[in-house]
Each structure stands twice: as C-alpha cells, then as structure tokens.
Ligand binder design. Structure first.
Ligand SMILES: Cc1cc2nc3c(=O)[nH]c(=O)nc-3n(C[C@H](O)[C@H](O)[C@H](O)COP(=O)(O)OP(=O)(O)OC[C@H]3O[C@@H](n4cnc5c(N)ncnc54)[C@H](O)[C@@H]3O)c2cc1C
Length: 443
C-alpha cells in the first residue's frame, strides 16, 4: 500500500509525487487520461520554478525543449524587466508545459497509473480509500492535484469561493496556410489583445482569441476553424489563413480559491486549489511551488517525524500566496478590457511600472522570487537541496538530537535550509527552535 495517492498527473501532481519519493515516501499517481499530455496550456516557467527544477536536477531534461529565455515577465502584457533579479535564472523559460511534466514523470520511481479517473473518495481516521478507474486504492493520504475542475474537490464538497467567469476566451494551436506580413517568428511575450500568435515547434502557432463571438457561444460549444479564422482576421487583416486547428479549448476568468487546502487526510494543490485567468503566466508556477512546499511536509508526516503543525503550515504558507496571485490576475484582467477607460488606467499603470521600485516589486511577485513565508529569511540559492529531501544545516554542527535527520554542510554563512530551499534560521540564537519547528523534536 502506498503512503500517498496523488490524483492527477499534471505538473503539480507529478512534482508533488517526485518530492514525496525523494523524501522516502511510497506514492501512486492516479491519472484520468489514457496517455501523457501532448498539449500544453502553459508555455512559460518563471524564475523561481526554474531554480527549483534546476536544484532537483530536473532542468537538464527540459532544456532541449526550451524555445526562448525571455529576460522579462509581463503584467497584463506590460513587459516587466527581469534582468536584475537576484537569481542565476533572471528570465522566463519559454517551454511547453507538456515537456516540463514529461521531465518530472521520467524521474518517478513508481509509474503513473493512467486511465484511472478518481470517482470516489472516502476517508477515515487511518487513511483514504479512492476509487479510480473502477478500482479501489488505499493510502494514508491523498493529494488532490486533479486540476481546475477537481473531481476530488467536488466529491468532498469543499467550499471553493470566488466568482464565476465573466469572459470567455479560446486557446488554439493552429497551422497557418498564409501568414500576415511582419509576423514575428521568434518567441515573444504575449500581448494583451486578442489574436496574438506565438510560434511553437513543428509549424504550430499558439493563439488566444476573445471577442463578441466567444462571449455569445456557450462554454461547451466546439471551437471551429471558422471561429478562429474570424478572430485572427479581425486581429491581423484578411491575408491570414488558418490551416488546421490542432487543439483548441475554451477558458474563462473565473477566480476562486479553496478556503482550506487540507480536508482531513486530503490535501489540495495546484489548479485544484486555486483558479484564475492565466494572465501573467503564474498558474503553473503556483502549482509547482505548492508541490515543493507540500512534498517534504507530507513525507515527514508519513514517516512520523513531523513536528506538530508542520502539515498545516502548508495551508498557512501557500494560501496567502495564491490569494495574492488572484488579486494580481484580476487587476491584470481589468487592464486588458477593450474599453477607453480601462485603456487610460493601463496607460497610467504602464507609466508607474517604469518606476524602478514599482517594477522591481512586480517582478518579484511575478517571478516567484519575492515569495516568502512568516519567520523565513528568504531562499538560499547557493545551497543545493539534499538528494533525499532533508533539511540542510550549513556552517554549524548538527546537534546530536537531530543527527541523521538533517544534512550538515561546511559553509561560511550559517543557515538552516528547509527542503524547499527556504531559510529557517540564519545564524545567531534560535537554531534549536527552528529545528523543533521544521524538523521535529530531538531524538
Ligand atoms: C490558455 C492557458 C494558458 C496558460 N498559460 C500559462 C503560463 O504561461 N504560465 C503559467 O504558469 N500558467 C499558465 N496557465 C495555467 C497552467 O496551465 C495551470 O495552472 C497548470 O496546468 C496547473 O497544473 P496542475 O497540475 O495543477 O493542473 P492540470 O495541468 O490541469 O493537471 C491536472 C491533471 O489531473 C487530471 N485529472 C483531472 N480529473 C481527474 C480525475 N478525476 N482523476 C484523476 N486525474 C484527473 C488531468 O487529466 C490532468 O492531467 C495557462 C492556462 C491556460 C488555460
């Protein structure tokens, strides 16, 4: 019997499984779809996610698929310079989400069980019984990473407050039989308007379109080549010709977040816990950071070494981060409204974002590098993660009671670095307290 079941083999579920396995837990990932994802919603990795993936040796397998290193993020299409960010990776990686997921999956010890849609969840004091693909699976814990329409969320009746979508958009990957004059063939930051075209591999172009037609059609209406053609003609003029629509989907600007990320023995992560308009490129990155925050805490809980409150600190730390992203994406959505007054606000915001202090604050937020947690002294980018998911104590002897549970390292700057890379103690008094808080009571 695995220690943990993970529902959903998207990037969040896969990285959570990787983190759990790294820290010694037995995991089984249950995925609804029959095969690995071939289509990608997200096309970018923010700097903090790049740091985390690099630290775990996962970046090398992603790098061959990287199409661009963009030295900027964007706030509703307004470029935000990343070049002076305090990181080895002061850029967004332009890469299709499916490659990120595949790179993580390739490193899992236990293969993902596919064709296993979760349809029932029953929990008791000792564990969780999950029905998936018609079979029952039992484990101590369940991580629900089954996306924005989370079946687990519905099955548990978990409150998911927020507001429904008010606008409808279409994302489509298409081939072009005729291109508009001056079409950029390199990877660029998306613009805020309908009809931007981004060249993917193999002659595919990514577009996102939204206009009156998309608002009129129902969310379940199939996306047709004619609909995409009309929207691209409106954006680029009559010379553009859509060839094939290879993949298309409708999405909206619903903005919701779970009240609680933990429901007994079920923990929610990624889009299952929070949804928002994918403007600014933050959803995937939020999910990856949820995974690295949750993985080691749940692994310690499974091992029976977790200090009181460790698992609940997952909600306490990650809920405010996503809540802030929801505020940011709602603000960005307003700036994108095709209306003269919204355009005026956009002009003012664009001016303000040229002020270095403002730009740096927004860059810290979008890049994920500004994320920190109460009592945490930032992240340690010069302390590689331990191979087995333990905390790392730099520049100080590991006290006897914690021998074996913390990896000791030489170093001039004393620090206790949590398995997710955040600094729980940075010298001076308080090491004992930090060890008790994040690693557990001494043996
Ligand atoms: C058009 C668009 C563009 C985007 N662009 C960006 C971007 O540039 N940058 C960015 O950071 N984010 C972007 N996002 C958001 C990003 O794609 C998501 O935040 C990300 O996919 C979340 O990952 P996840 O693993 O939490 O969920 P998902 O990727 O949705 O994965 C959930 C998995 O669960 C599986 N599943 C579903 N139901 C069940 C079930 N009942 N049982 C078992 N498995 C189940 C699904 O098949 C899927 O594999 C974009 C989103 C959209 C729609």
């Amino acid at each position: 019997m695995p220690d943990v079941l993970v529902a959903g083999a998207g990037p969040t579920g896969l990285l959570t499984a990787f983190e759990l396995e790294r820290a010694g837990a037995e995991v089984l990932v249950l995925e609804r779809d029959a095969g690995p994802a071939t289509q990608s919603k997200a096309l970018g990795l923010q700097p903090r996610s790049v740091e985390v993936l690099a630290d775990r040796g996962l970046l090398a397998a992603i790098e061959p698929h990287v199409r661009a290193k963009l030295p900027a993020g964007h706030f509703s299409g307004v470029p935000i310079d990343y070049r002076d960010l305090p990181t080895r990776f002061p850029y967004q990686l332009g890469v299709e989400q499916a490659h990120v997921a595949a790179a993580i999956e390739a490193r899992l010890r236990t293969p993902v069980l596919r064709g296993a849609a979760v349809t029932a969840v029953v929990q008791d004091d000792e564990g969780v019984t999950v029905t998936a693909g018609g079979r029952e699976h039992r484990a101590g814990w369940l991580v629900a990473a089954d996306g924005g329409h989370s079946a687990v969320r519905t099955l548990l009746g978990a409150a998911f407050p927020g507001r429904p979508a008010r606008v409808s958009l279409v994302v489509a990957d298409v081939t072009l039989a005729a291109k508009p004059a001056g079409l950029a063939e390199d990877w660029q930051l998306p613009s805020s308007g309908s009809g931007y075209l981004l060249p993917l591999s193999d002659g595919r172009y990514r577009t996102i379109v939204f206009g009156e037609e998309q608002q009129r059609l129902g969310r379940d209406a199939p996306v047709t080549a004619g609909e995409v053609q009309r929207a691209l003609t409106a954006a680029h003029g009559p010379e553009i010709r859509v060839g094939d629509v290879l993949w298309a989907s409708r999405f909206g600007d619903a903005s919701r977040q779970l009240e609680r990320y933990r429901h007994g023995r079920v923990l929610f992560a990624g889009d299952a816990a929070h949804i928002h308009l994918p403007v600014g490129g933050q959803g995937l990155n939020l999910g990856l950071q949820d995974a690295v925050n949750l993985g080691w805490k749940l692994a310690a809980t499974v091992r029976g070494t977790a200090p009181d409150g460790l698992l609940d600190s997952y909600h306490d730390e990650r809920h405010p981060v996503a809540a802030r992203v929801l505020v940011s994406t709602r603000a960005q959505a307003v700036l994108g409204v095709p209306d003269p007054d919204a355009a005026a606000v956009r002009a003012v915001v664009t001016e303000l974002l040229a002020v270095p202090e403002a730009r740096r604050a927004v860059a810290a937020e979008l890049s994920g590098l500004g994320v920190t947690y109460p009592g945490i002294a930032g992240r340690a980018t010069d302390v590689p993660a331990s191979a087995d998911g333990r905390a790392v104590l730099v520049g100080a002897a590991v006290p006897a009671g914690w021998a074996g549970r913390v990896e000791g390292r030489e170093g001039a700057a004393p620090r206790l670095v949590r398995p997710d890379g955040y600094v729980a103690w940075d010298g001076g008094p308080g090491l004992d307290q930090a060890l008790r808080r994040w690693v557990g009571a001494p043996a």
